[in-house]
Write a protein that binds this ligand. Structure first.
Ligand code: UT7
Length: 409
């Protein structure tokens, strides 16, 4: 499998976390230590000249953020992996009625990676996780929780335990899947923070990995041009409350919007079944027919509208809870679905182009993997520096959406 990080500069800034100062001067021009220390202890308050001012309660997620943190968590390692097979827009034009110009103008995408042959999503996830552990200088035996954020597991019962096995974690740490489509990774980060702050966990691996190519209708030009496969991972570690690196978050779902984006289960129709009477007298077909998932069905225009509305609102809420404004953000890192969505959200938040992280052109929409994949590239290329503050947001099927204000390192 190709290593995303391998494509970039060899001067990978390995974080020597025990020797690193916890905070530095951020690109936005202030010293993180003073500002963040105050903010961490007043998660719901803005701090002006030392006087806390409470922010009004506007979101259901607000009650889930601890007001005072005795236990913090920070992001200290990352990694990613993508399949070898690269499919360009021109390649797609050979199988559906489309062209590079349309796809690039309407989405920003040029290429995507697709699992093929013996590639597996689980091995991509393991590759990404190993790199994150290496950067964090954490041994697999010291991991006490693995969260595999995916909607396309290779086992109906979840992929996370197989990842735990492949990583060689000897202490049987808890490992489970989180299914929340393209919001999965941000929800995984929030879950990691909750496990650390409230559950005594020390080292949590959060993996975002998806292979939507397996559920794409490759004859539907409205969807097949968008998606690619990948995995990304972050190691979240417990730390003192005053070093906490997850300042605030905002999380939502709306089941009513499921009709706009889904891959629902459907009954196979091919084989004959006998009608039988159950012991309670009801007539039933038995045995039940096997079920499988249908290909991705999407109303692109509706999802586009939804994303442009909820994502900036959610980031504004997270910023408000963190006591920050968009000018305090070093980087905007959105789920990589469409460059027009990324630019629209940045515009609404007054975030200039040079503070946007985007690698959509190379990988398309990789669902739960898109944020950690783009983060890993940005960190290993030296773009994102320790101490930088990132506004991240995921959105997609469910419908679900979630944002978080984070500090790297
Ligand atoms: O992670 C999940 C989140 N998903 C998303 O964020 C997706 C959000 N939606 C989108 O990104 C956009 O809606 C799409 C990129 C999917 C589509 O862009 P659009 O500007 O909404 O195009 P459209 O569906 O309104 O189609 C416009 C035209 C139509 O032709 P007519 O009816 O105007 O003649 C389509 O048939 O473009 C046509 N079209 C294409 N043409 C060439 C649709 N797909 C293609 C294509 N190549 N691949």
């Amino acid at each position: 499998m190709a290593n995303v990080s391998g494509l970039i500069s060899p001067s990978i800034p390995t974080l020597k976390r025990r020797n690193q100062p916890s905070f530095g001067i951020s690109r936005s021009g202030y010293h993180s230590f003073d500002k963040i220390t105050k903010r961490v202890f007043l998660c719901y308050s803005t701090v002006e000249q030392g006087v806390p001012k409470h922010v009004s309660v506007t979101s259901p997620s607000e009650s889930r953020v601890p007001r005072r943190l005795s236990q913090g968590c920070k992001l200290i390692g990352c990694g990613s992996a993508v399949p070898n097979l690269k499919i360009s827009n021109d390649d797609l034009a050979q199988i559906v009625d489309t062209d590079d110009d349309w796809i690039h103008k309407r989405t920003g995408i040029r290429n995507r990676r697709v699992l093929s042959g013996k590639d597996s999503l689980t091995s991509l996830a393991v590759d990404a996780a190993n790199k994150a552990l290496q950067m964090a200088e954490v041994e697999p035996d010291d991991v006490d929780l693995i969260l595999m954020c995916t909607s396309t597991p290779e086992d109906l019962f979840g992929s996370a335990p197989q990842i735990q096995k492949a990583l060689g974690c000897k202490n049987n740490p808890l490992a489970y899947d989180i299914t929340a489509a393209c919001s999965g990774f941000v929800l995984g980060l929030v879950s990691a923070a909750c496990h650390i702050r409230g559950g005594g966990f020390q080292n949590v691996l959060v993996i975002g990995a998806d292979s939507l190519s397996r559920y794409v209708d490759w004859t539907d030009r409205g969807t097949c041009i968008l998606f690619g496969d990948a995995a990304g991972a972050v190691l979240v570690q417990a730390c003192d409350g005053n070093e906490d690196g997850l300042f605030a978050f905002d999380v939502h779902s709306d089941g009513d919007g499921q009709r706009h984006l889904n891959a629902s289960m459907k009954e196979e129709t091919s084989d004959e079944r006998k009608v039988m009477f159950g012991s309670n007298g009801s007539a039933v077909e038995f045995p039940p027919r096997p079920y499988s998932y249908s290909c991705i069905q999407m109303n692109g225009k509706e999802v586009f509208r939804f994303a442009n509305k909820v994502v900036p609102e959610s980031i504004e809420l997270s910023l408000e809870k963190a006591g920050l404004s968009s000018s305090d953000i070093d980087w905007l890192l959105l789920h990589q679905a469409n460059q027009r969505i990324i630019d629209g959200v940045a515009n609404r938040l007054n975030i200039p182009d040079e503070r946007i992280i985007s690698n959509l052109a190379n990988y398309g929409n990789t669902s739960a993997a898109s944020i950690p994949l783009a983060l890993d590239e940005a960190i290993r290329s030296g773009k994102v520096q320790p101490g930088n503050i990132i506004a991240a947001a995921g959105f997609g099927a469910g419908l679900t959406w979630a944002s978080a204000i984070l500090r790297w390192g």
